[in-house]
Design a protein around this ligand. Structure first.
Ligand SMILES: [Zn+2]
Ligand SMILES: [Zn+2]
Length: 259
């Protein structure tokens, strides 16, 4: 819902700490590709991949001075993860002038929702001239974007199967309420873990802080960042109670990743 939450005057929503101002969840992975086309990063062109375009995507893109998006990966089709798709338009026009469209990687379930909501963009009969110049791509287990492998990590979000992502030594697992046993193999060797933890109290489709701590320990991440935080969790207060190596993430946080 974002923090402050609409209509709420709890201490976290009224907090003056900028860490308690939370837009809807999204991350960007930024790197320079290799100059000679070999796999992995290097000294070539700058590349940007975004995971989810929520309702705050435009504001986040302005804050981070985004001038290009090379691909988007979608975790699932809930509003807080997809409703900024249309704000890809200006960036997609730049790509389109070079004869390209921006690939959007999505599961078949997510794809069906995107095609319904953004019918004027994806319909074969779409004629709206200012539609986003994007294309839907199937989400595979391995998805190579300019030499970097984005690995889908199946997660449960209540009754719904959604996608987490592993890239290099980092993983982004948002909206998770359970990690299937088979997904832990995909998370071996993750040093930087970003995992969602809504609050302390159990929720049918989101992890609690304690569940997230348990997964962080099992995965053995060197540093874990909690995300998708609700207004029950004050930044400073929650951090004080967390064990070493686990901290609450905040808007604008930058994490070094080895790709
Ligand atoms: Zn969700
Ligand atoms: Zn969500």
């Amino acid at each position: 819902m974002g923090v402050p939450t609409l209509g709420c005057d709890c201490p976290v929503c009224m907090s003056t700490d900028l860490h308690d101002k939370r837009l809807r969840p999204s991350v960007m992975v930024r790197w320079r590709e290799s100059a000679d086309g070999a796999p992995g990063p290097g000294t070539g062109a700058g590349r940007v991949v975004v995971i989810d375009t929520g309702p705050d995507f435009r504001e986040q893109a302005l804050r981070e001075k985004l001038t290009r998006v090379d691909a988007v990966f979608y975790t699932h089709s809930h509003a807080d993860h997809i409703l900024g798709l249309d704000d890809l338009r200006p960036l997609s026009f730049a790509a389109y002038r070079q004869g390209e469209t921006i690939p959007l990687y999505a599961s078949s379930e997510t794809r069906a929702v995107l095609e319904r909501i953004y019918e004027y963009t994806f319909s074969p009969d779409a004629t709206y001239p200012n539609r986003a110049r994007v294309r839907l791509e199937p989400l595979a287990e391995h998805n190579l974007v300019h030499g970097v492998d984005f690995i889908r990590v199946p997660l449960m979000h209540g009754q719904m199967e959604i996608a987490g992502f592993r890239v290099g030594n980092a993983a982004y697992l948002t909206d998770v309420s359970d990690i299937p046993e088979s997904s832990f193999a995909l998370l071996e060797g993750v040093d930087q873990l970003v995992v969602s933890a809504l609050r302390y109290k159990p929720h049918p489709s989101h992890a609690t802080v304690d569940q997230a701590i348990g997964w962080a320990r099992r995965i053995g991440a060197k540093q874990t960042w909690l995300t998708h935080i609700a207004h029950e969790l004050g930044h400073e207060e929650t951090n004080r109670a967390l064990p070493d190596g686990i901290r609450v993430a905040y808007d604008g946080l930058t994490i070094p990743v080895i790709l």
